[in-house]
Ligand binder design. Structure first.
Ligand code: C5P
Length: 397
């Protein structure tokens, strides 16, 4: 859920600032983009060099840095993010926020942002318990700012009490949870089929096709990043399992059907797999020999149609999307296919060899639904996936 999210991390000047380095690492492990602002006091605890090295981003620490203002500006810094996290949030920073002061870059950004704000307080337990701090924190919470911690335990000065900054892993998990809960497809379940199927002739030979799985995998990632609990049923591909999805590996069409049905109930089904229409009717259990005993013709049996089975199921997902890969009469075939299979939308694409769609990174698609056809400009398969996921979210809203 952190994947691709832009987090502005404001590091306050407390000893817990050293934990922010680990926090940056963990957020980046979840594939978030982390941009950091250091308060002047924070620079006494961690250096801009270490923060910049871990975040892979320029570090911002001066409100009056003309170069930084020229390049990005503190208002853009405040807005070009999905959320702001203050960790550690010192008593001083919390007080500035409660009062609405804007006398350095961190406090100015906090006043200028319209994004969700999270604070992870860290301070001595007596400072935390002080009525001033408690009033400030109550004010912030009443304004909708999420207060994560502090936790109890041994503090830097050797005293024991409430004041430790919450551990980076727990903070990263809270942020991921928040992003998931507020995502457009939160609470929705999605099933995506992807890749080719392998239909065995004997234990070493099979019938397959040229599908790379790139488009289907990208759709699973895009749905998951909008908060859908996503199952990806994948035929054999060269792709790594995408993070944030439950991946079920199968080989044959029959296995793909069983895995797809097992993932129901679902709200969304996107069948992007290039399922083999036929399989050898009698796969040999041992390797066929060239000794004349092997028949020269393969007897084929028709495979189940997964898309049609899902679309006509008693537990039909609310939105069923199929693909039509055609080399001629694309739109006419796609419209007929939508009706024949009983799905809601067909994503039609021309897979003539000249288009380079099969195995390539780009795609030109047309969305055929009950109201007509929408043609999208050529774009990367990732962009097709993001746009399709956004269209799905809108349809289910
Ligand atoms: O009939 P055709 O193979 O052209 O239909 C393509 C669409 O149907 C794709 O969405 C594909 O994933 C799906 N399909 C399926 N099971 C099959 C054949 C196709 O789910 N056996």
């Amino acid at each position: 859920m952190l994947d691709g999210k832009r987090i502005l991390l404001i590091i306050g000047g407390g000893i817990a600032a050293y934990k922010s380095l680990d926090l940056i690492r963990r957020l980046r492990e979840g594939r978030a983009q982390v941009r950091c602002v250091l308060t002047p006091a924070a620079k006494q605890f961690v250096t801009p060099l270490s923060v910049g090295t871990l975040s892979h981003e320029r570090v911002y620490d001066d409100l009056f840095d003309l170069t930084a203002e020229h390049e990005i500006g503190h208002i853009r810094l405040a807005r070009e993010c999905d959320l702001v996290l203050v960790a550690p949030a010192t008593a001083d920073l919390l007080a500035k926020m409660a009062l609405g002061l804007a006398n350095d870059l961190a406090s100015t950004v906090l006043l200028a942002t319209d994004r969700p704000i999270f604070v992870a307080p860290a301070m001595n337990h007596v400072m935390w318990a002080n009525a001033a701090t408690q009033e400030n924190v109550a004010k912030l919470a009443a304004r909708g700012i999420a207060v994560l911690g502090p936790d109890a335990g041994e503090l830097a000065e050797g005293e024991i009490g409430l004041g430790r900054m919450r551990e980076p892993a727990a903070l990263a998990a809270s942020i991921a949870q928040h992003l998931a809960a507020s995502a457009p497809l939160a609470g929705k379940r999605a099933l995506v089929t992807s890749g080719p199927t392998y239909e065995p002739i004997d234990p070493v030979r099979y019938i397959a096709n040229r599908s790379s799985g790139k488009q289907g995998h990208a759709i699973a990632v895009a749905l998951a990043s909008l908060g859908a609990e996503t199952t990806l049923v994948s035929g054999p591909t060269r792709l790594v399992d995408p993070p944030g999805c439950h991946v079920v590996h199968i080989e044959t069409a029959q296995e793909m059907l069983a895995a797809s049905l097992a993932s129901l109930p679902a709200d969304i089904a996107v069948c992007a797999a290039a399922v083999a229409d036929w399989r050898p009717a009698h796969a040999a259990t041992s390797k066929l020999k060239k000794d004349g005993s092997t028949p020269h013709a393969l007897e084929l049996a028709e495979n189940p149609d997964i898309l049609a089975t899902l679309a006509q199921n008693v537990a039909r997902p609310r939105l069923v999307v199929g693909f039509a890969a055609e080399t001629d009469n694309l739109l006419a075939h796609a419209a007929a296919k939508r009706v024949r299979k009983g799905c809601d939308w067909i994503v039609a694409n021309d897979v003539s060899p000249a288009t380079g769609t099969f195995g390539g990174d780009a795609n030109t698609v047309h969305i055929v639904d009950a109201t007509g056809t929408e043609t999208w400009a050529p774009m990367s398969k990732k962009d097709v996936a993001a746009r399709l996921a956004a269209r799905i979210a809108k349809a289910l809203a």
